[in-house]
Design a protein around this ligand. Sequence first.
Ligand code: GDP
Ligand code: MG
Length: 711
Amino acid sequence: MSSTLPYKLHGKSGPIRVALAGNPNSGKTSIFNALTGARQHVGNYPGVTVEKRIGSFKTDQAAFEVLDLPGTYSLSSFSPEERIAQDELIEGGHDVVVVVVDSTTLRRSLVFVAQVMQTDANLVLCMNMTDEADKAGQRIDLDQMQALLGFPVVQTVGHKGIGTDGLVRAIFAVAKTPSINHRLVLGERLETAIQEIRKRLEEAGRQSAGLDWVASRLLIDDRHFVDHFRNLDERGRFAVEEAEHQRRRIESETGRDISLFISERYYGFVDGLLGEVLQCRPRDDARALSNSVDKVLANRVLGLPIFAAVMYAIFWLTFTGGEPPMGWIESGFSALGGWISGWWPAGAESPLRSLLVDGVVGGVGGVIVFLPNILLLFFGLAVLEDTGYMARVAFLMDRVMHRFGLHGKSFVPMMTGFGCSIPGIMATRTLENERDRLTTMLVLPLMSCGARLPIWMLLIPAFFAPSWRAPMLFFIYAFGIVLAFVLALLLRKTVLRGKDAPFVMELPPYRMPTMRAVVLKMVERAWIYLRKAGTVILGISILMWFLTSYPKKDAYEVDARIAAGTVQMTRTEIQNARAAEDLRYSTAGRIGRFLEPAIRPLGFDWKIGTAMIGAFAAKEVFVSQMGIVHSLGKIDDESEGLREKLAREYSPLVGLSLMLFLLVSAPCMATIAVTRRESGRWKWALLQLGGLTAVAYIISLLVFQVGRLVG
Ligand code: GDP
Ligand code: MG
């Protein structure tokens, strides 16, 4: 019979506290489940939506408590997950830290291990996915590896629970005789610098573990740590000054940026280690295929033109594929409108009829009509993402983006911005450098979001011949991207001056996307779109209908003129003339006319002005409000679609000026609010709002005025 002895560690009793750290998808949770079984509890870290998973298990010798840390690619880039993982590793007081790595991607995973070694944790390296590494023919000299690292290394197959016994033995052994004897080799230059900063930290009264890590972070100018020590006391400031001194020394001696230098030292250590322990390198069939494909797709010269062609193809598909189903939905809604109209006797005027037909069906229907386009565009983007192609494009764009003062990592938030600016802006959290983050955030609304797609779908066919439609859509998206780069450069030369941080990127192999994942992404998008149409857009459409319908005139000029006998009109003509007078007289009409002198030079009339106001609430409202304005203004033209009305009323030049204005000008209210929240200051949100609107005004003014001169 065996009894469980509560294991005594450093004089404190209680379970041995173990933390699992590792890259996402390395199999941490599988290992966690294999160790703890059903004895686990899932909660949240305070204030963030990051899961906290704790479990426990017992052996004959001891009780263990296990924490499954959030998956992180490195300790040095600060998404909320990474921040939490880092804090836990430095201050969590765990008895043992198990780093779980995917054995098939050892090079990248071991850089993370090297970082964790600097935190002075009691380490066990868990080489997971051994089955796959074996299959690829990888052979590792484990004894040699343990000797070189200075802590135990075990191999596991997480989802099958193979190797967990060995893992538990290693954890127990390390907990029992904690001896931190890591053999991290980073080269004399870096090690000396870390040593010097470390001394200052110790003088500042920091005796805790992880000082090498803290010193590295100070050296790399990580705001989080720099601010902490600056505000601590005089000694803390000495440590920061020492770090600055060491950083300047290294940068001038090596001529390289400090973060690039440190990253190279980590990779240097890992490559040296792998050189010693890899008895047989894995064949990487997927990688070999990827590499040959990349010779073309990620080619320095061909890469970006190919990307442009791919995007063009997606836009073409968005138009041509979307048009027929769009026609069906459109006739569905017009039938619905006709059916509702039929509840009232023909010719009778009823505010409720107008609210339902013009406000609700016209407004919301006008937006829902574009659902097929949304589905197609996001289907295309999901395929590009899931095949791994987008990662290549990010890689290619990195060089271009650097020239404009943007960080390569900004590409992903910017791509997200094609869906919606809000998650895009939130995704800028992955950028470490404050200035990179702000720059990306401020120009991000120039990525044409999903809410603007209906505007393009309405305006482009109204003003441009079929063969010009896909090129125009391409032009609008490209214009937004190019302008974002130009404005980013401007910001980096003025209010956000400072040097940018380099980054190392690893390309995933190409994969066949699964239909399920692609369809899920597409459906998610479509659902967001429909939900918004049914809630926000519905509400604003009703509001806009009221603003556009009231107050009504009680005496019409047209009646006076007829009474005076100056004109003769049919009954329908009289009704149309009255409706047009009402529209001008309504609240929206007045606001529009108030704005008109300001927007006239851009080619816009007061009707467009009213729709513009609505677009600030949500971009789609532009479409619904154009529908409302143009159907309220005329009664007897149900056969004529909104596009035809627009084509009759405005010139293609106005159309172009209008699209550019809607692309560049004030993002929607929600975007401004998120920018305020994420940047922490109203100043940046207002700069975004005012700056983009001013730029939009100038561009549209130039386009319209020059266009008019040229003809
Ligand atoms: P986490 O993101 O690090 O928590 O990773 P998970 O534990 O969720 O595992 C990611 C995927 O890898 C899951 O589909 C697991 O079933 C699978 N997996 C985990 N361990 C292994 C392993 O050793 N070998 C193989 N082939 N698959 C594994
Ligand atoms: Mg997990």
